[in-house]
Ligand binder design. Structure first.
Ligand code: SAM
Length: 275
């Protein structure tokens, strides 16, 4: 909760172009107090939450991160609560591509968006990346931590909704497998712009998204709030980056115990904007 609150104060303040001093002045507190809220060292007094939310132009629920979580509990939560790993513990082949494109010759910062039970995040940490990973599922994050402990590595896990989360520091890799279809279409432009803006020069995105194809029936586990991508849509967002690897494939899946097909687009794009 504290992480979400501090992140939201910083995020919505910056979106409005306010400085910490502006917020402090409006609330009658010191800017050091605002700075401490944003770094999570302290939290605002409850009497300050209504005026703070008002200044930031959002509801108190949104400030506290409630609305997002309550409206969208992960379909996978129940499966993640079981002892066995729903997605297994072997990393995706996509991880190997990341290793090839940005070998961990130093502790590159990597963010795993929607890490699930952590098979990929833990693999990256074992390889020497400095890994942060978030998911909406508490149970998935618990399992990620458990897997990391077992492998004796650290993954900085935190709970967030992809709709609300925005980066506040630069990273070298943003990795996401099978998650970006949870972004509401109207938020895609903003979120993709945020990801692009926070990748260091020469850094990469490694994204796998599900793609709509008229000849493929909806998957049995397709949730009402998932929004498959159109062919080429992901490439459009990164058209000005260097494409290291881009594929669109149809593959068989059995994840729900019912054989079905998916179409996916995998894009590994490099930020060589200054090159
Ligand atoms: C298909 S699983 C992929 C998990 C993991 N990336 C992997 O490949 O093993 C999709 C993940 O997205 C997470 N998820 C669903 N909606 C989300 C949201 N709004 N914000 C963040 N994560 C979300 C689910 O909890 C789930 O772990």
């Amino acid at each position: 909760m504290r992480d979400i609150l501090s992140g939201n104060i910083a995020r919505y303040r910056k979106e409005l172009g306010y400085t910490q001093e502006t917020i402090a002045e409006k609330l009658g507190v010191t800017f050091q107090a605002v700075s401490k809220w944003e770094t999570g060292q302290t939290i605002p007094d409850t009497t300050l939450l209504p005026p703070l939310a008002g200044i930031l132009g959002i509801s108190i629920d949104k400030l506290l991160g409630y609305s997002a979580f309550q409206s969208d509990i992960s379909y996978y939560e129940e499966n993640y609560q079981k002892n066995e790993y729903y997605w297994g513990i072997q990393p995706s082949m996509m991880c190997l591509k990341v290793l090839e494109l940005l070998p961990p010759v130093k502790r590159y910062k990597l963010l795993d968006v929607g890490c699930g039970e952590g098979k990929d995040a833990v693999f990256f940490a074992r390889c020497g990346y400095d890994v942060s990973a978030f998911d909406i599922s508490e149970a998935g994050l618990e399992k990620t931590k458990r897997l990391a402990d077992y492998a004796k590595v650290t993954v900085n896990t935190f709970r967030a909704n992809i709709w609300d989360y925005r980066l506040d520091e630069h990273v070298d890799v943003i990795y996401s497998s099978g998650v970006l279809h949870y972004i509401k279409p109207e938020l895609r432009d903003e979120i993709m712009a945020d990801y692009k803006m926070h990748i260091n020069e020469n850094g990469i995105t490694a994204f796998q998204v599900f793609v709509e194809k008229p000849f493929i029936a909806a998957a049995p586990e397709k949730e009402a709030h998932s929004h498959y991508w159109k062919s080429g849509q992901l490439s459009y967002y990164f058209h000005d980056w260097y494409f290291e690897h881009c594929t669109e494939t149809v593959f068989d899946c059995n994840s729900s115990g019912i054989p079905h097909k998916h179409a996916d687009n995998r894009l590994f794009a490099r930020n060589n904007s200054t090159g």
